[in-house]
Design a protein around this ligand. Structure first.
Ligand code: COS
Length: 386
């Protein structure tokens, strides 16, 4: 389908595809097996300016938006969903600064993030606050020019490789979501350390770890916005980042379809290539159609967000929900087309199925996306659309 990309977007898509197919695809299995982080690829992505596209030009970026980020994420994910996270999870950690950071904070941090000199992570989730984001227990108490932070964040993507984390904590537990505040925490701040590194089913090239704050001293100047605005910062961030998860899901699904078509051509049973069987052709047709529908929704949501629309929670949640379910279905069917070989680690397809699963879970489970969508529908019906 022709998505009428601008000339710049088409060039970016072609570049990301080339880098993904030539540099990422050959090493995807290695990083998945080792569960190590691809610093060599981060350097290549930085040289290609992939970290610049969604950052304002004033701060060293290229002035693009969620659409550009989605194009990059989709193409890298087509080769490896885990490796794509070095870009998209850095964007997730950077969005709070872009959305609500002060000029000083933007000047201090965005140029290095845009250059890929440092990666970022977003720390909202806690052991007892996953879907219920307002239940965060990590506390920050102001003491003069600093806040003293105590608590644990877990399941943090880019944890341990990022130099900067945007962290949502409570500064006033009595006020629930209205008592949350966002901060920028740098690696090396006194009282900040890393905890458990997770051993995951998929996206194994992307590190996930705990962040521990033990009387961590955070300068008051690193507070993003005002006290009490942290939950809003988090929600606005997720509205912009969920299309990135959706783009990752589309890329994973497309990568699985590419492999399934290739395999179905080569595999001979009953004296002919299995692609000549209608059973396989219909599966491939359904997979391709679902991917295209998901891609359409992602691009449409990304364009809506970049155009500055007010109600972005709904398109953002819809594309994440739909694309991640498509990724799970398509990758499962791709394994099916590979048959017994598909179940074996010697073949590349099972990795796509393992990588797809997380897209239905992180940045809000698909049950939470349905809840977000339902709320917007109910509000629209009541004439109070945000
Ligand atoms: N944009 C702007 N404001 C928003 C918003 C959005 N998308 N979503 C909620 N808000 C506002 C609400 O309007 C409300 O404001 P007031 O206090 O002024 O009325 C406030 O935020 C609290 O909202 P709400 O009452 O809806 O909060 P809930 O505690 O019910 O939770 C959900 C809302 C479930 C949507 C939220 O907790 C969520 O997104 N959870 C999933 C978190 C997640 O994605 N975790 C994954 C880890 S991050 S990688």
């Amino acid at each position: 389908m022709d998505y009428l990309l601008t000339e710049e977007q088409s060039e970016l898509q072609a570049l990301a595809r080339k880098v993904a197919q030539e540099k990422v695809k050959p090493v995807a299995a290695k990083y998945d097996k080792e569960g190590t982080f691809p610093w060599d690829l981060v350097k290549i992505f930085a040289d290609m300016d992939f970290y610049r596209f969604y950052i304002e030009e004033e701060y060293g970026g290229l002035g693009g938006g969620v659409m550009e980020l989605s194009l990059i994420t989709e193409e890298i994910s087509r080769a490896c969903g885990g490796i794509a996270l070095s870009v998209s999870a850095t964007a997730l950690g950077t969005f709070p600064i872009i959305i609500s950071g002060s000029k000083e904070q933007k000047e201090k941090y965005l140029p290095d993030l845009a250059a890929g000199k440092m990666l970022a992570g977003f720390a909202l989730t806690e052991p007892n606050a996953g879907s219920d984001a307002a239940a965060i227990q990590t506390r920050a108490v102001r003491k003069g020019d600093y806040y003293i932070m105590n608590g644990t964040k877990h399941f943090i993507t880019n944890g341990g490789v990022a130099k900067l984390y945007t962290v949502i904590v409570s500064t006033d537990p009595s006020r629930g979501s209205r008592g949350a505040t966002a901060f920028i925490v740098e690696e090396g701040f006194e009282g900040f350390s890393y905890g458990k590194h997770e051993d995951k089913m998929g996206i194994r090239a992307s590190p996930t770890c705990e962040l521990l704050f033990q009387d961590c001293k955070v300068p008051a100047g690193n507070r993003i916005g005002n006290e009490g605005e942290g939950f809003m910062v988090a929600m606005k961030t997720l509205d912009r980042s969920r299309p990135g998860v959706a783009a990752q899901a589309v890329g994973i699904a497309q990568g699985a379809l590419d492999l399934a078509v290739e395999y179905a051509r080569e595999r001979v049973q009953f004296g002919q290539s299995i692609i000549s069987f209608q059973a396989i052709q219909f599966m491939l047709a359904d997979m391709a159609t679902q991917i295209e529908a998901a891609r359409s929704l992602v691009y449409s949501a990304a364009r809506t967000i970049d155009a500055g629309a007010r109600n972005i929670a709904q398109p953002s949640a819809m594309c994440k929900l739909f694309a991640s379910d498509v990724a799970m279905k398509v990758t499962t069917d791709a394994v099916q087309i590979f048959g017994g070989y598909g179940y074996m680690r010697d073949y590349p397809i099972e990795k796509f199925m393992r990588d797809a699963k997380i897209t239905q879970i992180y940045e809000g489970t698909n049950q939470i996306q349905r809840s977000v969508i339902a709320r917007t529908i109910i509000r629209e019906k009541a004439g109070k659309a945000k």
